[in-house]
Design a protein around this ligand. Structure first.
Ligand code: FAD
Length: 886
């Protein structure tokens, strides 16, 4: 109902008029929660005039009809310059929630930062989100303008834990994490709406709610229904124009499409379902509100972080996740798919979140919630970029700095109450698990290399023997241990503990604890005060596990560059053939596909077999170990690099076709060679389209796919043996296995070239097949991030990794891909040690889960930074010693 010209307590801004169930029900939740707190509400319609995304909405759309059915009072759409007139109609304005402050969304304009609200009126943000956690999307003009707007808010809450940090670090404002508005109402409120549906559904069925359906997701739904033994599949189309697509995609007698689009029908279909599968964030939220067993395909187009945040908060972690690439086989092996789902922890968290968030909302509508912050705002003329005096400067006096007790939890697993002077942190029932964190800011910047003393006055309730205190980087969420406090006899009594620590990197600006260390009855702590000061440099007398003399990447490069034997060899190669490209101390991470790896002492790129043989002969004559590599696609080169000469064949790319015989040099690209043949109408290597790497590397690894492998294509292999003689073997004389050939046992056999028997083929048909293969690989593999292909040999490995709950698991910068768990990706700053640790961790966890010992396909070579290989009896290490004159 359009609003009569009356006044209201609260004006609500947000996308309540959007044509999707998520936003319609979000504002239903927010509006009704505010009304039930005793305030009258006015829904503010979309202003016009900002840009092409803010449009004049028809009055007969789903959302407007719903608005009238539930009795909203709402304004008419007017030009944004008319918005200030609303100050006469409401004294408080609330903005929220999903995506409203995400600069990447075209509809985000100044009204959503309440720029039109009079200084005397109250501005509140409820569960507003910035989209995903990335911060590069905030450009300086956006930050400048809107941090000034946000300073004027009386209270700000955000939906995601990481958004608290975004608010503070990007916009200089303090925010509290609350639940999404749909969780503000009890299930009964949605049941009452579901009762008003104009469809009648009963019986057992799988409800499918896809915002962005495609054939892969449809197949997942079908296979899932089979897995669950559900004959009937009910599709709820995306109400924003999704019905025609749904009718086309689900035109199969197995699927039935709900007759009419309406929020009440959506809720009814959910309430009656036996199981739900969805790619929608709010579709996931409603599955949990109705306590349904469910699976979610995280929607990469619309933001994955929201799903993770929600499901971590509810204690499900990644266990409810399905992938678009899931097959009947992977679903059959997924232990989480059943018609029963334990909701004990999720329900407790929803109930706790609702109570806490309603209390926050009530306070926000009546007083300044963040009073401490408001005072700071008043005295700071440029609050968007808070300038913190470096702690080291402020600690020039012996006085310790108090740490403000503004604790936050990353996912609502801690109940936090109290004041800045005394703070109670309680682990929410059932949430004493790894990953449930609580943290607060330190009063300044922690400088790398300095020593600090943290003093903490507290009462600890846990049956554990020690509690670890960690330092957290608020920007990256990385953390590291500051130290441990032994509990001893002093449990539940006030005590003071001191901890000395230092860090070797900047950015650790928070102190953090994890819920898993707090066990027993009513686990948690009461903190009376934390102080921090600089400690004497010798305060840390502990014996470090990693010796100080461990070399850094830069030191290794310097050492290698100055090494006489290395320089002499370099000069020698230049003198015998100045055409050979040769480098000293070149970091191999510049070449490896996973972008990790330390320097090679000497790295050479011969272009011909003659140059190659010259290099190998020279090195062998000088006792310099030789490592031959191809395109570096299947390697994990350790951070200490490779001693001796590394020869890459990647520039030996010649290929010749004579009749039906192809000869390819070792460095010819496998995919390039396959397309070389296709263009000439010759068949034999179509299966290899899309496999990176060289022909030489492919022979050594017996590269292949589930269609074929190199052993089935190759005819002869020419190689250099250990006496530097050139020999040729027939394919039948090589022993082959899955990703294995006898070249792996004979490391000093170096592939120089290979011949392939090819036959006539249809150029166009081959091209279509190969392009499809390449495209399919791009869809299924995380090719946008550095990686080394499949980490493990067995095709079942990805499924085992997934079933062991490891999808997305991360150590340092290395992560188990969320797209294809067999691939381990480099998120940007991984080291080889991160990768190695992650591989070992996955092996251990999968073994624990299944008894199956996964075998790496990726080859790990080179030295660790600390070089303890030097003391091993491995042959290569012995060889390497001969070079080490440093
Ligand atoms: C995104 C991605 C997808 C992949 N997909 C597949 C796939 O579908 N199937 C598959 O089998 N593999 C796959 N791989 C792995 C890899 O591409 C292949 O194993 C490839 O054949 C390795 O060739 P390379 O030239 O990169 O070898 P490198 O990684 O450089 O070396 C691998 C091994 O071969 C040895 N070697 C290389 N050249 C020679 C030579 N001339 N003489 C003697 N030894 C040599 C090296 O010493 C090393 O031991 C994938 C990798 C990536 C990054």
């Amino acid at each position: 109902m359009a609003a009569p010209e009356q006044t209201y307590d609260v004006g609500i801004l947000g996308w309540w008029y959007g044509k999707n169930y998520g936003s319609i029900l979000t504002y239903y939740g927010l509006n009704r929660a505010i009304k039930e707190l005793g305030f009258s509400t006015l829904m503010v319609h979309e202003p016009l005039g900002y840009n092409g995304y803010r449009v004049l909405w028809p009055d007969n759309i789903l959302s407007m009809e719903f608005a009238r059915r539930v009795g909203y009072h709402y304004t008419q759409q007017e030009h944004f310059s008319e918005l200030p007139a609303l100050n006469a109609r409401a004294r408080t304005f609330v903005v929220g929630s999903d995506q409203l402050w995400n600069p990447l969304i075209g509809r985000v304009n100044d009204d959503l930062f309440l720029d039109f609200v009079d200084p005397d009126n109250r501005r509140v943000a409820y569960a507003t989100s910035f989209g995903n956690r990335g911060k590069s999307k905030f450009k300086p003009d956006f930050v400048g303008k809107h941090s000034a707007n946000l300073q004027k808010f009386s209270a700000i809450s955000v939906r995601e834990g990481y958004a608290v940090d975004t608010a503070r670090e990007v916009f200089g404002v303090q925010a509290t994490q609350v639940v999404d508005p749909v969780f503000l109402l009890p299930t009964s409120a949605y049941e009452a709406l579901a009762d008003k549906a104009n469809v009648e559904l009963s019986g057992d069925y799988l409800a499918v709610f896809y915002l962005d359906p495609n054939p892969e997701k449809r197949n997942v739904a079908k296979a899932l229904a089979d897995r669950l033994g559900l004959k009937r599949i009910l599709v709820i189309p995306n109400p924003d124009g999704g019905r025609p697509l749904a009718e086309e995609l689900f035109a199969d007698p197995r699927f039935e499409i709900i007759e009419e689009d309406a929020p009440e029908n959506f809720l009814h279909a959910y309430r009656s379902a036996s199981y739900v599968v969805t790619d929608s964030f709010h579709g996931t939220a409603f599955a949990t509100i109705f306590g349904k067993p469910f699976s979610s395909i995280y929607n990469t187009q619309r933001g994955v972080d929201r799903f993770k945040n929600l499901l971590d908060w509810l204690g499900f972690g990644d266990s409810r996740r399905l992938l678009e690439s899931d097959t009947a086989e992977t679903l059959a092996a997924n232990p989480g798919l059943s018609l029963e789902l334990d909701y004990a922890l999720a329900n407790a968290r929803i109930a706790e979140g609702r109570t806490r968030s309603l209390a926050w909302l009530q306070a926000a509508l009546t007083k300044d919630v963040d009073t401490k912050h408001a005072a700071a705002r008043a005295s700071n003329p440029h609050p968007a970029q808070p300038i913190q005096t470096p702690l080291t400067q402020r600690l020039a006096s012996p006085e310790a700095q108090s740490v403000p007790l503004d604790f936050k939890s990353n996912n609502g697993s801690w109940a936090i109450s109290g004041t800045a002077e005394k703070c109670q942190l309680s682990v929410v029932r059932g949430a004493g698990e790894r990953g449930n964190l609580v943290y607060c800011h330190l009063p300044g910047r922690i400088q790398a290399g300095l020593t600090y003393r943290l003093s903490i006055d507290w009462e600890i309730t846990t049956t554990a023997n020690v509690v670890s205190l960690n330092l957290r980087n608020g920007k990256t969420a990385k953390f590291r241990a500051a130290g441990h406090v032994a509990i001893g006899e002093k449990r539940r009594v006030r005590r003071t503990d001191e901890l000395d620590f230092s860090v070797d990197k900047e950015g650790f600006n928070q102190i953090m604890m994890g819920a898993s260390q707090f066990k027993g009855k009513s686990p948690g702590l009461i903190i009376h005060g934390i102080t921090l000061k600089q400690a004497p440099a010798d305060a840390l007398k502990v014996e470090l596990a990693v010796p100080n003399r461990t070399r850094t990447f830069a030191q290794i490069i310097a050492e290698v560059s100055n090494d006489k034997k290395v320089r002499d060899f370099h000069d020698h190669v230049n003198s015998i053939d100045p055409e050979i490209e040769i480098h000293i101390a070149k970091p191999l991470k510049e070449y490896t596909y996973n972008s990790v790896g330390g320097p090679a002492d000497i790295l050479a790129f011969p272009r011909t077999t003659e140059q190659f043989v010259k290099l190998v002969k020279s090195a062998s004559g000088r006792g310099i170990p030789v490592t031959v590599l191809g395109l570096f696609t299947n390697l994990l080169v350790r951070d200490g690099g490779i001693r001796g000469l590394v020869v890459s064949t990647m520039k030996m790319t010649e290929v010749r076709l004579e009749d039906d015989c192809l000869t390819a040099c070792a460095g010819a690209g496998l995919t390039e060679t396959a397309f070389f043949l296709q263009e000439r109408g010759k068949s034999g290597l179509e299966w290899a389209a899309g496999i990176p790497g060289t022909v030489g590397g492919a022979i050594v690894m017996n590269a292949g796919t589930n269609i074929s492998d190199i052993r089935r294509s190759v005819e002869t292999v020419t190689f250099l043996d250990r006496n530097v003689n050139i020999r040729t073997v027939h394919v039948a004389d090589v022993s082959w296995g899955k990703r294995h050939s006898s070249f792996q046992e004979n490391k000093d056999w170096i592939v120089l070239e290979a011949t392939f028997r090819v036959r006539d083929g249809n150029r166009e048909a081959m091209r279509t097949e190969m392009v499809q293969t390449v495209e399919k690989r791009a869809r299924h593999f995380p090719l946008d991030l550095p990686n080394h292909g499949s980490t493990f040999k067995w095709w079942r490995a990805p499924r085992l990794i997934s079933q062991s709950g490891l999808v997305g698991y991360r150590i340092g910068g290395a992560q188990i891909s969320t797209k294809q768990p067999g691939f381990f990706v480099n998120l940007g700053n991984a080291t080889a040690s991160d990768y190695e640790a992650l591989i070992n961790y996955a092996i251990a966890k999968v073994y624990e889960f299944s008894g199956f010992l996964m075998e790496p396909e990726v080859e790990v070579i080179g030295e660790r930074l600390h070089r303890y290989e030097r003391y091993s009896v491995v042959k290569q290490a012995e060889d390497a010693k001969s070079l080490d004159v440093r």
